[in-house]
Structure formats: structure tokens, C-alpha cells
Design a protein around this ligand. Structure first.
Ligand SMILES: Cc1ncc(C[n+]2csc(CCOP(=O)(O)OP(=O)(O)O)c2C)c(N)n1
Ligand SMILES: [Mg+2]
Length: 644
């Protein structure tokens, strides 16, 4: 039992409540008299109080003798505000009613509450927000059940290495729980539900313990490799008066400076890169801050080498002449590859196919030297295997990619003489030409089926770009396999892209895009996202949050009326078993009835356009939707697309 509960002055209110419970129960059925009850079952039944009667009898009297001028929740709010947490996304629940009430009254709705209709939405919102704003926000959920709903989004955030402060109400002391829901919604150790895919969790037993754990949680969540953290908040701690206000202290938060790779190892990497004929940079979740992109550009330009960006973050300008992301054949030509903050290194360096049976072969040259730089080797878990298959490497440097790049670039520069410069310049020009050819090819490919209905994804993306290219836009979501934007749009600012789900848990795209839009709202940026129809239906209620909180976003539904990725999996199986693909639509399509996404959007209070089947109708519908977004509200455009 905590000191708080042992101390004599702790919670006079509880003491009175407790006395009330004992007193009421004693007045109704003194245990010693139960056996002496009348024999008549009717009379006997009336004399034994049921749970409702007990609950009614044990309610605090109308005039509560305690004037509680503060609550533990108030202090918790002070701690969150001291940490600069701007938003608290919630699906409201009694297990954290103390905190909720304190936010709205003591905190004057600071952190600002974002109302969500599902916990999965609240966490995904926070995931998208953190990647766009560079700051974590908090979400709160209801004990065991709310946390169970939140799990997949927490998993996506964990796989994506994104900080989210997850809070869950719990009633630790069994003798304080009301009959019924408070028992089934409480647990001994509720953090256990998410421990395998959070970076840290705790269940503070006092307010000082809470303050230290909240600051520690924030620090752990925001230290690379980042990740979600969880705090179980005891209801009594939230609701009861602060017993020792003078003894409480909000600890000082000082962010951890991300580690730079060892200078000797960076020098060795620089030597390999400078001496290589065809060096190549590959990256995924590299840019943490706006500096990340500039640092990567500096290294690539110094070496005049190709960059293959897996777009886990906004790492490299899409139209940079050295951007070779759509020329993966370069992997097979490289003699030195530096992989910076890569997620799935083996997957990127391997050709894998499951068309017939699962098989793979390396995409790399047999004697290619592979260098890794990043925090991947510093943190992993056992059960969830997001680390991918083992990849042999020649030099592994532990250090934050973004923080290590300037030193690596300097080390490269120190080794370059005029002879190198000439060779490098020639290499850069060759890469630029090949890239231009790729872009021209993409433009030609994009015109295939330009006027067809259903609308091609290339046309959908081109029409959207046409409407938004002069805005201060951010693309914050793409449907699966939708690569046209990265092939053809001009991504050049750090806030123009924020990566993908991390765990490929479907249902991310709509709420996470709205979270990113919430971050963009403040600076007046224009947020646009594409999302699959299948993804949309996991969390359509996220649109209500966008409408309610006036979060502007242009959300384009890539509506192929299917879980098309799964259609292809069934086709693959049927093909392999030589049974024909005609039945691949069973269980994988979203037709009969067709879902009307514009009507769903309108039902949530958002603007809705569509379904658009004729490509000629697309531009006017998008123009109307863009006008709505610019007025500060969400708009959905349902585009019936081919599945490509
Ligand atoms: C939570 C979850 N359930 C199921 C899946 C399996 N899954 C992978 S892709 C996909 C289809 C998603 O449909 P949609 O968003 O319309 O994209 P499409 O494949 O049609 O482009 C599904 C169901 C998953 N990844 N995550
Ligand atoms: Mg689909």
C-alpha cells in the first residue's frame, strides 16, 4: 500500500465514504442477523439488499461534507502542461473521469481534448500528429476495455517508432471499486496488454510517482528509437484531494541528445564510400526534424551518388536528380551501400517472390560492402518480429542517422580531392539523366487509360495534384501501392510527407491523416491524403472528429470496391493450385451493396463528393472539396478507381 493511503490525512472523503459503506450495510443486514431472518422467502428477499440497493444506499449524501478544492487530476494536468502536451485525444470513460474533469475545469481544456469515437482513432490521430508536428500528444482510454481497442494503433505506432503518450484509467484498490463495470474494467497490471509493443509503462502509486513517471515516459517516448509509452492512472489518485501539495514537485524535463555514431567508424564508412565506384544510399525512417532532409541532401551531393528512399519519413526531395527511388536496379550495381535508419534492410536488399512458392535471392552484388547507420541495432523485442530477416553487413554503426550525417559528410569531404570531384560529377550527371528518363517513362505510363472509367489511379493522383500544387500542401497518406505521388509530385519541404503506418495494420490511414491535419491546422498548411476504401471502413468515425474539431483535410478515397491486396493473394493461391481465379472476389470485395463514402462522410458532418466514376467529373468535384478544406473543414472525395 502506498504512503498516500497509509497517511492519516489522506482522503478524509474516502474515509467518510468508507464509513458510509460500512454503516449502510450494517443498518440493512447486520451479518449476525442474517440467519435470524424470517422463514417466509418473500419477506426474506425484501430484507436482503440487492446490488442496486447497496449502490443507492452507499451513494454519497446530497450534501457531501467534504469540500474538495483540488484533486490529484489537477496536478496531473499541471504535469502534462509543464511537458507542453498540446492535445489529449479521448474516448471518455469513468476510469479517468478525475483526469477528464481536471483537464476541462482546472486546466481550462488544456491540453485540449480531442473527442474520438474509438480508441484506435485516438492513438492513430496521435501517431499522425507526432510525425507532422515533431511532438507527442497524449490519448486516454478506459481501463482494460479501452486499452484493448487501442492496441492495434499502439502497435502501428510502435512499429513506426512514433511517440504517443497512452494513458489508461484503472482502479487499483479492489475495495474501492463499485460493483459491476469497475471490476471488469480494472486489472492488476493493465499495462501488460500493451507491454510487448510499448517502449515503457508504469502504474504510479502516488502523485509524486506519477509526476516522475510522466516526465520519464515523455523522455523515453521521444528518445530515438522513439515509441509509444503507457501510464495506468489510478482513479483514486486522480479523484481524491492532493494530500501533500507542498511536497509535490514536477521534475525537470531535458531531452536526450541523440547519439552520433563513433567517429572512427564514420571515418571508415567515409573511406568505403569515397573509394566506391557506385556507392548508394538507402534510407527509410531517417528524418526526425527538418534538418534530416538537408543533412541527407548534403551527403548525397558530396558523393554525387544515388539515393533510394523507402519514404518512412520525408527524407529526400522527390525531384532531386540523385533521387533514384524508382530505379531499384541500382541496388544490384552498387559496390558500397550505406543503409541509414532502415527498417527492413533484408527486404530492401532482396528480391522476394511468393508467386509460386516463397523464394528469395539477393538483389545485391556478391561482393558489395554494406554499411548500416542507425538506431535499429539498439532496440528490439522478441515476440513481435518487426526487425525482419538477418542481413549480413560489413560495418554496423550505432547512432542516430540524422545526428550522425553531418560528421559523416565532413569525413567524406576530408577524403575528396579534385580527381574524385571530377569522377563524382560525371556519376551525378549520369544518374540525373537516368532519373529524367524514369520520370518521362512514368509520365507516359500515367496516360494509359487516361479517360477510362473506373478512373485510373494515375489520373486520380494527377487531378488531385493539379488542384493542390500551389497550396502549402502536405500529403499525409497514400493507399497501398499508390506510388504516383512520389514518382511525379514535387516533394521538397520537410512537412510534405510523414510516412506510413509502420505495422501495416489497416485502419491507420484515415485517423492518422486527420492527426497530421490537426498538426498542420495551426500553421495553416493544406493537408491531403489518399486512402483505400477498405481502410476507410475500419475507422470512418474519425471524420466526425475532423468535423467536430474543424480539422481541414482533403481525403480522397481510392475506391476499388475491394480489399484489393487480398484479392490478389487469393488469385495467387488459386493460380498456384491451378483452380482459376474466378472466385477470388469472395470475401475480398466491398460490393453489393456498394458503400457510398460521400454519404458516410456527410453523415459524420464532413463534406462529401462522389462516387466519381467519370474522370471528367473529377476536377470539378475536387475543386469544390478544396474550397471546403480552405474554409477550414474536412472533405471526402470518393473516386471509383481501377485497382492498380
Ligand atoms: C487490421 C488489418 N486487417 C486486415 C489486414 C489485411 N489486409 C492487408 S491489405 C488489406 C486491404 C485493404 O483494403 P484497401 O484499403 O481498400 O486497399 P486496397 O488493397 O484495396 O488497395 C487488408 C484487408 C491488415 N493488414 N490489417
Ligand atoms: Mg480497396
Amino acid at each position: 500500500m502506498s504512503k498516500r493511503r497509509r497517511s492519516a490525512d489522506s482522503s478524509r472523503r474516502n474515509f467518510l465514504k468508507g464509513a458510509g459503506v460500512a454503516g449502510a450495510a450494517a443498518a440493512i443486514v447486520p451479518p449476525a442477523t442474517v440467519n435470524a431472518l424470517p422463514a417466509d422467502p418473500q419477506i426474506r428477499k425484501a430484507a436482503i439488499p440487492g446490488p442496486r440497493q447497496i449502490a443507492a444506499e452507499t451513494m454519497p449524501p446530497a450534501a457531501d461534507p467534504v469540500n474538495q478544492t483540488s484533486s490529484g487530476g489537477d496536478f496531473m494536468v499541471d504535469v502534462f502542461n509543464a511537458l507542453g502536451i498540446e492535445y489529449l485525444a479521448i474516448n471518455c470513460a469513468s476510469s479517468y473521469r478525475g483526469l477528464h474533469e481536471a483537464v476541462v475545469n482546472h486546466g481550462n481544456n488544456k491540453p485540449e481534448i480531442i473527442t474520438c469515437v474509438h480508441e484506435d482513432i485516438a492513438v492513430h490521430l496521435a501517431q499522425g500528429y507526432a510525425k507532422m508536428s515533431g511532438r507527442p500528444m497524449a490519448m486516454a482510454c478506459h481501463g482494460v476495455v479501452g486499452l484493448q481497442h487501442a492496441t492495434m494503433a499502439i502497435y502501428n505506432s510502435w512499429c513506426d517508432r512514433v511517440p504517443v503518450i497512452v494513458l489508461g484509467g484503472n482502479i487499483m484498490e479492489a475495495d474501492k471499486r463499485a460493483p459491476g463495470a469497475e471490476w471488469v474494467h480494472s486489472g492488476v497490471d493493465i499495462g501488460q496488454i500493451v507491454r510487448e509493443f510499448t517502449k515503457w509503462d508504469d502504474q504510479p502509486a502516488s502523485l509524486q510517482h506519477f509526476a516522475e513517471s510522466a516526465v520519464r515516459a515523455y523522455k523515453i517516448a521521444t528518445t530515438p528509437p522513439m515509441g509509444p509509452v503507457f501510464l495506468a492512472l489510478d482513479a483514486e489518485l486522480q479523484e481524491n484531494p492532493i494530500p501533500n501539495a507542498k511536497g509535490l514537485r514536477i521534475p525537470k524535463f531535458e531531452p536526450v541528445t541523440p547519439p552520433q555514431g563513433d567517429s572512427g567508424a564514420l571515418a571508415a564508412a567515409a573511406k568505403l564510400l569515397v573509394e566506391a565506384q557506385n556507392p548508394l544510399i538507402i534510407c527509410d525512417r531517417l528524418a526526425r526534424t527538418p534538418a534530416g532532409m538537408a543533412n541527407l541532401v548534403a551527403l548525397a551531393e558530396t558523393l554525387q551518388c544515388g539515393v533510394i528512399d523507402n519514404v518512412g519519413r520525408m527524407n529526400f526531395p522527390s525531384r532531386h536528380p540523385l533521387n533514384q527511388s524508382f530505379r531499384r536496379g541500382l541496388i544490384g550495381q552498387a559496390d558500397v551501400i550505406i543503409a541509414i535508419e532502415m527498417n527492413d534492410l533484408w527486404g530492401t536488399l532482396t528480391h522476394f517472390s511468393d508467386r509460386i512458392v516463397r523464394q528469395s535471392r539477393p538483389s545485391t552484388k556478391a561482393d558489395a560492402k554494406i554499411i548500416t547507420l542507425g538506431v535499429r541495432d539498439l532496440y528490439l523485442k522478441s515476440n513481435y518480429q518487426d526487425f525482419g530477416r538477418w542481413q549480413d553487413v560489413d560495418l554496423a554503426i550505432a547512432g542516430d542517422g540524422e545526428a550522425s550525417l553531418p560528421a559523416l559528410t565532413e569525413a567524406v569531404k576530408r577524403l575528396i580531392d579534385d580527381g574524385h570531384k571530377e569522377i563524382f560529377a560525371g556519376r551525378g550527371q549520369k544518374l540525373a539523366k537516368l532519373r529524367t528518363a524514369m520520370v518521362e517513362q512514368s509520365k507516359t505510363d500515367a496516360t494509359i487509360g487516361w479517360d477510362s472509367s473506373p478512373i485510373t489511379t494515375a489520373r486520380m493522383c494527377a487531378e488531385v495534384y493539379n488542384q493542390i500544387k500551389d497550396e502549402d500542401w502536405s500529403l499525409v497518406g497514400t493507399a497501398i501501392r499508390l506510388t504516383w505521388p512520389h514518382r511525379l509530385w514535387d516533394f521538397k519541404k520537410p512537412n510534405q510527407w510523414n510516412g506510413v503506418s509502420g505495422g501495416s495494420g489497416v485502419g491507420y490511414n484515415l485517423p492518422a491523416s486527420i492527426g497530421a491535419a490537426l498538426a498542420n491546422k495551426k500553421r495553416g498548411g493544406f493537408t491531403v491524403a489518399f486512402g483505400g476504401d477498405g481502410d476507410f471502413m475500419f475507422n470512418p468515425g474519425a471524420l466526425w472528429t475532423a468535423a467536430h474539431h474543424k480539422i481541414p483535410i482533403l481525403y480522397v478515397v481510392h475506391n476499388n470496391r475491394a480489399y484489393h491486396q487480398e484479392v490478389m493473394h487469393i488469385q495467387r493461391m488459386a493460380d498456384r493450385h491451378e483452380r482459376g481465379i474466378t472466385r477470388a472476389g469472395i470475401g475480398t470485395t466491398l460490393t453489393d451493396p456498394n458503400i457510398d463514402y460521400a454519404t458516410v462522410a456527410r453523415g459524420m458532418g464532413a463534406h462529401g463528393e462522389g462516387p466519381i466514376t467519370d474522370p471528367k467529373d473529377l476536377a470539378p468535384a475536387l475543386a469544390r472539396a478544396v474550397a471546403v478544406v480552405k474554409s477550414g473543414a474536412p472533405a471526402v472525395v470518393d473516386v471509383v478507381t481501377d485497382p492498380r
